[in-house]
Design a protein around this ligand. Structure first.
Ligand SMILES: NC(=O)c1ccc[n+]([C@@H]2O[C@H](COP(=O)([O-])OP(=O)(O)OC[C@H]3O[C@@H](n4cnc5c(N)ncnc54)[C@H](OP(=O)(O)O)[C@@H]3O)[C@@H](O)[C@H]2O)c1
Length: 299
């Protein structure tokens, strides 16, 4: 069966990592890389033989371009217009921006939702890293409140990410509430200019817990989440660091293992690894690759 034909919209940090990542798999091909102006990067990709566009997604679709999947790696404020046009096509939209438009999906938590919507939101890098832990532990600890803090290296946040800072905070918090069952949540993020650049790290805390669980049981739950996420983000690690009646804390770190990324760019790796999983499952569901195993990923 043919590979899924994918468009990558936005040739920035997220878009270019997706481009390299998709070249590594045989069931998706990069059909077009779409920007909005004649940048040097797009020019180089064109010289290497890739189909590139300088005029944006909407014009390409208006001119009849046809894709199985569109990865939107532009900007949360641009995405609604992209979706307005793409929803009239047969393409699956995989939204890497924190636009809050599509159905939020975190593969180890609810990848089956890919079968029920044509616009999948990948939430955010911090959502992809924290929600698997929270979805597992909230069910066992019944906290009254959860809190996530994230730190990422400045060089791994492009101008688009900086412009979307508010959307990043809000959509991460909202997806935590929607996908974990916690009654209350706070999310905070900081961008570090330190040298050498720090790894992508999060502290995930659950407070006012209605139940207590022994260390060994919590450690085994955390381990099972880590094993699940590592299937698409191999540099993911999670460790229980505090278990008291007041608070349970899990420290998460994500390193990038892709040869094309510095190891501190785990924020790019985890969201893009998850996005590729989503597209592949869509391909299997829609019969593009019949005969491939279609196992759902749950931790
Ligand atoms: N970096 C991360 O860790 C991360 C993680 C998760 C999610 N995200 C989200 O992913 C998105 C991109 O982030 P980024 O860090 O990759 O930013 P970036 O490096 O600034 O990349 C954004 C790219 O999109 C292009 N673009 C903007 N509007 C466009 C349009 N209408 N049509 C085509 N291309 C367009 C920009 O082109 P110009 O050069 O012409 O502006 C730029 O090349 C943001 O929404 C961000 O919140 C980022």
């Amino acid at each position: 069966m043919p590979a899924l034909r994918a468009a990558i919209v936005g040739a920035g940090l997220i878009g270019m990592d997706l481009f390299h990542r998709i070249r590594e798999v045989d069931d998706i091909e990069v059909a077009m890389i779409i920007g909005r102006s004649r940048t040097r990067r797009l020019g180089q990709l064109g010289e290497q033989g890739y189909a590139v566009s300088y005029r944006g997604l909407v014009e390409e679709l208006d001119d009849g371009a046809d894709f199985d999947v569109i990865f939107d790696a532009t900007d949360a404020r641009t995405h609604p217009g992209h979706w307005e046009r793409a929803r009239t096509t047969r393409s699956l939209m995989v939204d890497l921006t924190p636009s809050h438009v599509g159905v939020p999906v975190v593969p180890v938590v609810n990848i089956d939702h890919v079968r029920h919507s044509m616009n999948i939101s990948m939430v955010s890098c911090a959502g992809q890293a924290s929600i698997p832990i929270l979805a597992k532990l909230v069910a066992h600890l019944a906290p009254g409140y959860v809190e996530v803090t994230a730190t990422a290296a400045s060089s791994s946040f492009g101008p688009g990410t900086r412009r979307n800072a508010n959307e990043f905070i809000e959509s991460t918090r909202d997806a935590i509430l929607e996908l974990t069952g916690s009654p209350s949540a706070k999310f905070m993020a900081s961008v570090s200019p330190a040298r050498p650049a720090p790894d992508f790290r999060l502290s995930v805390s659950l407070a006012d817990c209605g139940r207590q669980v022994p260390d060994a049981d919590l450690e085994s739950l955390v381990q099972s989440v880590q094993d699940g996420v590592r299937r698409y983000s191999p540099g993911y690690s999670a460790r229980l660091t505090c278990n008291t009646p007041e608070v349970v804390t899990v420290d998460v770190a994500v390193q990038a293992v892709a040869a094309t990324l510095p190891s501190h760019a785990g924020n790019l790796e985890i969201i893009n690894g998850a996005a590729v999983q989503v597209a592949r499952l869509h391909g299997r569901s829609s019969g593009q690759r019949q005969g491939q195993p279609g196992a759902l990923m749950t931790a």
